[in-house]
Structures are given as C-alpha cells and as structure tokens.
Design a protein around this ligand. Sequence first.
Ligand code: PGA
Length: 317
Amino acid sequence: MAGLALSQQITLHQLKVFEAAARHCSFTRAAEELFLTQPTISMQIKQLTQAVGLPLFEQVGKRLFLTDAGRELHVTCREIFERLALLEMSIANMKGLKQGQLRLAVITTTKYVIPRLLGPFCQRYPGIDISLKVTNHEGVLERMADNLDDLYIVSQPPENFDLNSYLFIENPLIVLAPSSHPLAREKNIPLNRLAEEPFIMREPGSGTRQVVQQLFDQQGIPIKVRLEIGSNEAIKQAIAGGLGISVLSIHSLALDYTTGQFAILDVEGFPISRNWYVIYPAGKQLSIIASTFFEYLQHEGREIASVSNLLASAGKI
Ligand code: PGA
C-alpha cells in the first residue's frame, strides 16, 4: 500500500534530481549537472522526502550522506532509469525497423543471390524499402568512396581503405562453354588451349575481367577477345549462341544449369577461388536496419546463398 501511495505522489523529475544528488552526495553538484538552481534541488528533495516519510540524507559535519531509506531509494532510482533506457532503445529499434531504407551496392555476380536473400528479409520487415545498386567492382568502390550506401558486396576489398569486412560466401569462377563445345568432355584442359578459343570478356572495371586478365598475363598467354560485354546475362546468351567461351561466377548459372545449354570446362587452374565480402567503411555507423541485414547475411543469408545449395538446386550434385 505504501508503495502505491508513493508512486502516486512522486514524479520522475524528483527521482532524477534525487539520483544526481545521491550520486554526488552534494546538492550543489547535482544542480550543476542538471542545470538547475540549488533551491530547486532542495525543494524537489524536500517534496520527495515528505512523500517517502523518512529523511533521505543526513549531514555529518560538512558532509552529506544517504540514510538507509535514501540508499534504498537510490538503488530503486537506478533500476527505474536503467529500465527506461532499455525501453527507449527497444522502442527506437522497433521504429527503426518498421520503416526506413536499406541501401546496398553489390557487384554484378551477386545479383543472382542477393534478391533471393532479400525476399525473406522483406517479408519479416515489410516497411523497409530497399535500394539495390548492381554495378561492377569499380562502380561499387566509387559508391563506397562517396558514402552512398549502407553495405557493399565485393570480391576484392580494397587495401587502401579502412574497412570492416566480413567474408560472406565463396564465389568460384568457372569457364563456361556451350554444351556442344568440343572441349566439353575433355579433362584437365591446359590454360593455353583456351588461347585458341574466341573469348567473351567483361567490360573494363569488372573484377571478373581483372582476375581473368591477371591469370593469362601471369602465364604469358594471350587471350583472343572476340566480344566485350558488360553483363553476365548477355555473356551467357552469347555463349549459348556459340559466339565463344567466357569466365563467369558459378552463381551466374543459378537458374540455367539444368537447361543443358552449358558445360563447365575442366581447365587447369579453375575454378578460380574467390569470395564475396560484405564491407563498409570503418568509421561508418550502421543504421539499425543495416546492422540487422548484416546479421541476417551472416546467419540465414549464408545458408540460402551457399554454393552447395546453389548446385543442389541446379541439380548438379
Ligand atoms: P564484377 O564483379 O561484376 O566487377 O565482375 C565480380 C567480382 O569482382 O568478382
């Protein structure tokens, strides 16, 4: 009963004043901290003392001490303010996740995976709008330098940038040919054998292109580039149309392997082992939405996007 009466008489403001006075054991310092006058502090504590019905402070010499009742009240105050802080945080989270935007910039090869991951995430948080920018390696890095998005996915995190980086999943690069290609049934095809084949190459600025070029350059093997195309999908169409072979992310086969149009060639040095990394600048404060999506990627997202799941769904294993 006494508690009920107390809760009807005291205010949060009084508790706040008391908490500061009790922490400092000084009305003067409490007044400074709260930008109030000392008489205001005294008045609030006086009213609180009346409501409690027992003295909260006692003066011994020049020093102020808490009484037993004061100590009890101080512990209760801390609990109340701690709970309020937690409540504030979870309300902010709820508001934050209810509506807002998630901005992603990803390299082209991830476009076979990221939309699939976004489905369940958007169902869980239907008020979130997604902006998904799909571009090549250089394009993603430019966007990050301009701080345009929340999270970025690349295969090769830049070394000259202070980053938070998380290895998301593997992204093997394979040599793709039409299934009718004469090399389709050969094993251990030497790399220089590819030099004789018309090659379809990604555009400058593409990470895939960079890796392919490096591999051939290291071995001193020239590439016979017949076509340069800025889209993995268009490259697949060109391969199916018999225009040449190319190196692509295995993920780009997501929906097509079962159609029987393509063969993955067994070439020395392939698959090239690459990974996707989720990155963002080290100093960046992620929004609640972005950090929730980041966590989602690290757990459920990895499962949905893994290469073995991809191949299983494509009927390859
Ligand atoms: P790309 O990205 O679209 O730039 O080729 C793929 C990669 O960097 O692995």
